[in-house]
Design a protein around this ligand. Structure first.
Ligand SMILES: *Cc1c(COP(=O)(O)O)cnc(C)c1O
Length: 325
């Protein structure tokens, strides 16, 4: 396999030219299921940060793009599943900022099929797609596998975009929320790889806790969030916990209750929640509120990490691993 073709000069990096909407807006939502309990619900609209790099994808990519530019690397290489939000965001960032991009996609069977809408968008943004079989994909962090994928000289971003730099980027989200949340308040977020929660928790003010809702099943995420916080900060930071009850069966899976909740939320608020992540977090939060889990006077900020997909949702993938998102 051939390596990336280096550009003649380091990519110019002008993130401000992309006009990100930062700090992202905070809006209060009137929802009787919270109001009845004396709880205020805020939405932190990270989905509005940038149309092509929404939500936590901007927050996680930004420091990685800076690091790549600082090290003179002009090609980004990263990983994802067939419908990965992270792959799409990386491809868009590459096109907008002048990086070449390589996307390593889980599933070599995809190579022989027409590209789905998500991969087609990656390709349209100039991403070179490399389809690898699932066994190889599982070994993707091993040096020989990386070398065979042409990663030498590339800035390699892990699956889902979560590394120490990304966690620092997500800490900014926590610091933005420190303006609207105080002691006893809660920031809630859906979790794939856990990078967003790791940063969010670290950035919140003293006494504010972060609550993560894993969308994958398996119960491995606590270890992963700790690992990411240790990589970024040298140890565990902030007050965070996970509630594992709302994954709905796993990545891209759902239940009739979850679907009904999301449909009702869209009708109530005129805001269709993104289904793979955001709807699960909102469903979890609403259930907890109804269970009386939040003391009267609590303010909750739900991080809206992305907007609804423009296309049909992916089929459930039995081998789903963290970071498809
Ligand atoms: C990627 C993604 C997540 C998961 O973020 P992690 O940092 O991997 O936990 C959550 N919501 C949306 C909309 C995403 O695209």
């Amino acid at each position: 396999m051939t390596g990336p073709s280096p550009l003649s000069s380091p990519a110019p990096l002008d993130l401000a030219a992309l006009r990100p909407r930062l700090p992202s807006p905070v809006v209060e939502l009137a929802d009787e299921r919270f109001a009845r309990r004396g709880v205020r619900l805020l939405l932190k609209r990270d989905d509005l940060i940038h149309p092509r790099l929404p939500g936590n994808k901007w927050r996680k990519l930004e420091p990685n793009l800076r690091a790549a530019a600082a090290s003179g690397r002009s090609t980004l290489l990263t990983f994802g599943g067939a419908y990965s939000n992270h792959l799409r965001a990386t491809a868009a960032a590459g096109r907008l900022l002048g990086f070449a991009t390589i996307g390593v996609v889980r599933g070599d069977e995809l190579a022989d099929r027409p590209l789905n809408w998500s991969l087609a968008r990656c390709a349209a943004d100039g991403m070179r797609l490399r389809f690898v079989d699932r066994a190889t994909y599982r070994r993707k962090t091993e040096p020989e596998v990386l070398a065979a994928l042409g990663a030498d000289g590339c800035h390699v971003v892990p699956e889902g975009g979560s590394n120490a730099a990304a966690v620092h980027g997500c800490a900014v989200l926590g610091r933005e929320l420190a303006d609207v949340l105080g002691p006893g308040d809660v920031a809630a977020v859906a979790c794939g790889t856990g990078g967003t929660l790791a940063g969010l928790a670290a950035g919140l003010g003293e006494g504010t806790r972060a609550l993560g809702f894993p969308v994958l099943k398996g119960g491995f995420l606590g270890t992963e969030v700790e690992r990411l916080q240790t990589a970024a900060f040298g140890g565990r930071r902030g007050d965070w916990s996970l509630d594992d009850r709302f994954h709905g069966g796993g990545y891209a899976r759902t239940t009739p209750e979850l679907d009904a909740f999301a449909d009702d939320f869209a009708a109530r608020h005129g805001l269709p929640p993104e289904r793979l992540y955001v709807a699960k977090a909102l469903y979890g939060l609403t259930t907890l509120a109804e269970e009386g889990a939040f003391a009267p006077g609590t303010t909750i900020a739900a991080v809206i990490t992305g907007g609804p997909d423009p296309e049909p949702e992916p089929e459930p993938d039995p081998e789903a691993e963290p970071g498809q998102g």
